[in-house]
Design a protein around this ligand. Structure first.
Ligand SMILES: [Zn+2]
Length: 496
């Protein structure tokens, strides 16, 4: 038995000015890994790709791993990058195989295609019409019919923060391997609702997503090969952005349809609870200060979430609004993770540890889609630490995966340790802090450019959480996003 196993992951924020060339799909600005090098880097991690490799090994299958390509979210994927990745995968399929297992995201938009995953699957189908294709997808999938039509079995993450990527690979892979062994015949139904849940209301520990995901797990306990609700990725102006569901049953298309419709109806009933209400930043800052004043000694930091500028949703990670408000308010005993500013890091490295300097921090990228120019803030501080920025996640999310934030510095500005980095990473893992010598649990305030994923590795440290509406292209204020292509009417853009 021969399996083609591959990864192509990108969540595209069509409002993001951050470019997405091929090098964004490798670690540290390298090209994405192929073959044995890819297997060595990903084996044993918490990814769906690692799960596919384990299943193949268990089954004694020969594996062809043409490419493992995973990029931090950003603007539309450059055509050349998509063609490079898709052509590697298609060439492997063309050599012949018994099944294809794909670790995809589900919300990839390229310069030419609104539905990058659907286009990849369409090409695979043209080469291998009868070969089973198992697909693992992120919960932020924006589902197009081409994905449902061309895949044999789809399984989506059931957690946000995504701590079940590996388990999702097992669910998708097992459905396909059962088919190869003649033990199952996957039948799939999918559908969408015209709704754009706010990311800030999508956490799977919160309602209504907790109940939706629990029902998916229950369906699997009742015999579904996989049941998934995708809350969707709303910072994408494409026709089918938003919530969807897929259910795979064993040779029972009617049951798949019924279960899928049940999930979609549940989600629609709860649509109002997926709407996030923003708090004005000044109120958030005052609340954070009150919470810190009442904090018992030894308790963890008050976490300030700069959720409009999260690089894991396509944010530039360099807007200074929330950090600026912290500095203006005189918050001390604090850290901020992170400001993306390679130019500032180079200046700090040149000055050396201990040096004091004044420089324009952040704000290097304009955000034309929301009518904003980048606005650096002039700050004076001391270079406390320098690092190569490389680490492996402790977990639980993406456990063991390699990260590279490039040359990085801790710049202490008026009592705030500001992490300044040269490549995007979202702070969802304690290892990102350890590598910079920051101990978050000892601080009074911790600013994170994150929305929900920070909970995976850091929530247990937090005394309290204050969600701060700063500026950036992952804003939860839909009024700021000029939607032109998404289907209408859609809730809550339109009253429904
Ligand atoms: Zn996601």
């Amino acid at each position: 038995m021969k399996l083609v196993v591959a990864q192509m992951k990108h969540e595209t924020n069509t409002f993001s000015p951050v470019p997405t060339p091929l090098t964004r799909f490798g670690t540290g600005g390298q090209l994405p890994l192929e073959g044995a090098a890819a297997a060595a880097a990903w084996r044993g991690t918490g990814s769906a790709l690692a799960a596919f490799l384990e299943l193949a090994e268990e089954a004694g299958a020969e594996v062809d791993l043409p490419i493992a390509a995973s990029a931090w979210p950003s603007g539309p994927v450059h055509d050349a990058a998509f063609e490079h990745i898709a052509s590697r995968i298609c060439a492997a399929v063309a050599k012949g195989c018994d099944a294809v297992l794909l670790d995809l995201h589900g919300a990839m938009v390229t310069e030419s295609y609104e539905d990058g995953e659907g286009e990849l699957l369409r090409r695979i189908r043209a080469i291998a019409p009868g070969v089973p294709v198992g697909v693992a997808l992120d919960m932020h999938t924006n589902l197009y019919d081409a994905m449902g039509r061309h895949a044999t079995a789809i399984a989506g993450y059931q957690t946000y923060p995504h701590v079940d990527m590996h388990g999702t690979g097992l669910r998708a892979g097992r459905a396909v391997l059962a088919q190869l062994a003649g033990r199952a015949r996957p039948t799939m139904a999918w559908g969408r609702q015209p709704m754009l849940p706010h990311v800030m209301r999508q956490g799977s520990d919160d309602e209504p997503n907790r109940t939706l995901q629990a029902r998916c797990k229950q369906m699997e306990a009742e015999g579904a090969l996989a049941a998934s609700v995708f809350v969707g990725f709303p910072n994408a102006d494409i026709e089918f952005a938003g919530l969807s569901a897929v259910v795979v049953t064993d040779n029972d298309p009617a049951l798949a349809r019924r279960w899928c419709d049940e999930l979609l109806a549940m989600a629609w009933r709860e649509r109002e609870r997926f709407v996030y209400r923003l708090e004005p930043l000044a109120e958030s800052m005052a609340r954070a200060q009150r919470l810190a004043a009442d904090k018992p000694p030894g308790s963890g930091p008050v976490v300030l979430l700069d959720h409009s500028d999260n690089c894991a949703s396509g944010g530039t990670m360099d807007t200074m609004t929330v950090l600026g408000a912290m500095l203006d308010a005189g918050l001390t005993d604090a850290a901020a993770f992170a400001i993306y500013d390679p130019e500032a890091v180079r200046a700090m490295a040149a000055a050396g540890i201990g040096a004091e300097l004044t420089l324009p921090l952040g704000g290097k990228l304009d955000m034309p889609s929301i009518g904003l120019k980048g606005r650096p803030r002039s700050v004076t501080g001391r270079v406390r630490r320098l690092s190569d920025g490389r680490y492996r996640n402790f977990g639980p999310m993406a456990k063991g995966e390699h990260n590279d934030m490039g040359l990085s510095a801790v710049f202490e500005v008026a009592g705030v340790q500001v992490a300044v980095i040269s490549d995007h990473v979202e702070p969802h893992d304690l290892a990102a802090f350890t590598v910079l010598g920051i101990a978050p649990h000892t601080l009074r305030f911790l600013m994170l450019k994150s929305r929900v994923h920070w909970r995976a590795g850091l929530r247990s440290l937090a005394h309290a959480v204050v969600e701060c509406a700063g500026t950036g292209v992952c804003t939860s204020d839909y009024e700021l996003l000029a939607f032109k292509r998404v289907r209408r009417p859609i809730y809550p853009l339109d009253p429904m």
